[in-house]
Write a protein that binds this ligand. Structure first.
Ligand code: NAD
Length: 260
């Protein structure tokens, strides 16, 4: 395993990889890709995880108090998500998608920044859902967060206008089952990948964390871009410990210079 600690060598290595692999490139992103956009991650010092425990899915379903607590947090995050802008790493992945150099982008993130950078819906799997809108837990009708605000402000959790079911931000909460088709598609892509890159994940949340191990065992080159150690470091062929947005900014500059 090779470890890279400086931005310039990291950018060279990543750029070479994208030159080398014209197909079979699968990327998994986590909260660390969005910290440079101003969205705190979970496990770094100062991250959300350390400040508050997430509301468990069973509590959300069973207790009005937990639903209101969850909604308060969603509205707090809404402002953060809206102010955040995609950074160079999101933009680089969108460019790879547009040029056909990305087979699949799997994200654990719920901030919608990959779509805002321009990644096509067909190329993206949001394993943990999306926190920028809401959905009915019964009939799956989608709705805006704004449409839920009045109810929450008046002290009642929102219910679906169509079927009366409970409405929740469209994220996969702790204790809630992942979308099975999305998980199957991600596992298949990991198994078939030639290059599997993880960007900004502590790789402790399952089953997302199984994907790189599956890719590596199936023969993919496995590259990890993360400043802190993860439980899968021993599987990695290359580990890049540099700041994500700065590194991908340099990758983009390098590739622009090559084109020119
Ligand atoms: P995590 O917080 O567990 O790990 C993030 C990793 O990224 C850490 O190991 C950290 O060292 C690294 N990192 C952070 N900023 C970095 C930077 N600028 N450069 C290099 N490395 C950096 O995140 P996770 O593994 O994605 O798991 C957290 C869970 O919380 C996910 O399920 C996700 O759905 C959710 N979450 C999402 C968001 C979001 O959508 N932006 C934010 C917080 C939490």
């Amino acid at each position: 395993m090779t470890e890279v600690l400086d931005v310039s060598s990291a950018a060279d290595a990543l750029s070479d990889l994208f030159d080398h692999y014209s197909s079979g490139v699968v990327v998994l992103t986590g909260a660390g890709i969005s910290t440079d956009s101003g969205i705190p991650d979970f496990r770094s010092a100062g991250g959300q995880w350390r400040r508050m425990e997430p509301v468990d899915f069973s509590d959300f379903v069973e207790k009005e108090e937990s639903r209101l607590e969850d909604w308060q947090r969603r509205f707090e995050m809404k402002g953060v998500f809206e102010t955040a802008q995609p950074n160079a790493a999101h933009q680089f992945l969108a460019e790879c998608d547009a040029s056909g150099h990305l087979d699949l982008l799997i994200t654990q993130n719920i901030d919608g920044l990959h779509q805002r950078a321009g990644v096509r819906e067909d190329s993206l799997i949001e394993l943990h859902g999306n926190g920028t809108y809401a959905a009915c837990l019964s009939c799956e009708q989608e709705m805006s967060l704004e449409s839920c605000q009045e109810s929450v402000t008046s002290g009642q959790s929102p219910t679906c206008e169509r079927c009366g079911g409970l409405v929740k931000a469209a994220v996969v909460s702790f204790g809630q089952q992942l979308p099975q088709e999305a998980l199957m598609q991600s596992m298949e892509a990991a198994r078939l990948a030639h290059l599997f890159i993880v960007i900004g994940s502590s790789l402790v949340v399952q089953p997302a964390a199984q994907l790189p191990a599956l890719a590596a065992r199936s023969g993919a080159e496995f590259v990890l871009v993360n400043r802190e150690a993860t439980p899968l470091d021993d599987y990695a062929d290359l580990i890049i410990r540099t700041p994500i947005a700065e590194t991908f900014d340099q990758v983009r500059n390098l590739r622009e210079a090559k084109k020119g």
